[in-house]
Design a protein around this ligand. Structure first.
Ligand SMILES: Cc1cc2nc3c(=O)[nH]c(=O)nc-3n(C[C@H](O)[C@H](O)[C@H](O)COP(=O)(O)O)c2cc1C
Ligand code: SF4
Length: 340
């Protein structure tokens, strides 16, 4: 876990990934505040190999919640560049990726793939979909221009792309719904558009659900097929997550690993990372030996940004108790477990 590894053309100093973590601290216009720079400097000084920044909205109408940062306009870029620099200026060699997102019916636009019961939702038109694909591409180009080492498409956790992938939420009868090929078309199209914008050498990643459990609209067999198609298209790495992404029961360490293992069998040499409940170095190393090229962690890095360094120096288990109190920080994402 502590040795360098590649994702496409990118050399990463170790196999620990900081899974994207919303900072809940941006200004109303999506620009970032000064506190972001210390947050990201600390993660880099703590020796995280690849830091994936909290999700960024790719267009105003895809903003998923208050205090979310954006990468939709040129005026977003100055602050984002400073985040990248604060990571690159450390001597640890940490790399940084921008996670690109559209909230779908969770966003201000309330647009959904198909009709739901919620009264404010609006069904997306073909033009809406094409426009979103273009905006993902534009945002990826902005990320490259801002100096990020990679981009990640957010296709998990109930946001827009995962809404399309799940037959429970996507009941379209046109070419964007129905068969798995149709449901996955938006993700493949976003990937292709991004690739055409950033070129063949720039790493592009996807974070995707292992399934849409507890529903049955995107079983693991479908997730494995979509991951295979992405690998065939030239995707650089996949990060496997799930719908109930932040479980609170500590005993559930590595809760998506069973299905991540199934997905790994389908994707050839494409690197895979798995996220969800990793807390102890022993489990991390075991799953790395078995199948996971990288391991992704979120909440433990909120509590201990220097956890990788501590692991390297002999610490065995994170202090994070998975209580989820950190979702509502007073200023910027921080551990709110009072006893820490
Ligand atoms: C406060 C908080 C913010 C999060 N923000 C994001 C995000 O912006 N993008 C994302 O893909 N996942 C996000 N997640 C989910 C995490 O990346 C991760 O998938 C999940 O927390 C499980 O990993 P963990 O058990 O190591 O925390 C967030 C989780 C938390 C706790
Ligand atoms: S508030 Fe709870 S879940 Fe969040 S980092 Fe602290 S201990 Fe972990």
């Amino acid at each position: 876990m502590f040795n360098p590894a590649q994702i496409g053309s990118l050399k990463i100093p170790n196999r620990f990934i900081r899974s994207a973590t919303a900072e809940f601290a941006a200004n109303p216009d999506g620009t970032v505040i000064d506190e972001y720079y210390k947050l990201y400097t600390d993660l880099a000084l703590g020796e995280v190999g690849l830091i994936i920044q909290g999700h960024l909205y790719i267009m105003d109408e895809g903003k998923a919640h208050d205090k979310m940062a954006g990468i939709a306009h040129d005026y977003h870029l100055d602050g984002l560049k400073r985040i990248v620099q604060s990571i690159h200026n450390t001597s640890t060699g940490s790399k940084v990726a921008a996670q690109l997102n559209h909230g779908g019916f969770h966003s201000v636009s309330k647009k959904a793939p198909s009709k739901r019961d919620e009264k404010n939702d609006r069904v997306m038109t073909e033009d809406d979909i094409e426009n979103i694909i273009l905006n993902f591409g534009n945002a990826a180009l902005k990320a490259k221009q801002a100096g990020y080492d990679a981009v990640q498409i957010h296709a998990a956790h109930g946001y827009l792309v995962s809404q399309f992938l799940s037959s429970k939420l996507n009941q379209r009868t046109d070419s964007w719904g129905g068969s798995l090929e149709n449901k996955a078309q938006i993700l493949l199209s976003i990937y292709q558009r991004i690739r055409s914008q950033v070129g063949s050498n720039f790493p592009v990643l996807v974070k995707m659900n292992n399934s849409d459990e507890p529903h049955e609209g995107f079983p693991v067999e479908e997730a494995a097929k979509v991951a295979k198609w992405l690998a065939e298209e030239g995707l650089d790495a996949i990060e496997v997550s799930g719908l109930r992404s932040t479980r609170t029961k500590f005993e559930d360490e590595a809760y998506f690993s069973k299905n991540a293992r199934i997905i790994k069998k389908n994707i050839g040499d494409m690197p895979l990372s798995v996220v969800g409940g990793f807390r102890s170095l022993k489990v991390i190393q075991q799953l790395h030996q078995e199948f996971a090229d990288f391991v992704s962690i979120c909440r433990p890095f909120i509590r201990e940004p220097d956890l990788v360094k501590k692991f390297r120096e002999g610490k065995e288990i994170s202090d994070c108790i998975s209580c989820n109190k950190c979702f509502k920080p007073p200023l910027i994402i921080t551990c709110l477990d009072k006893e820490n």
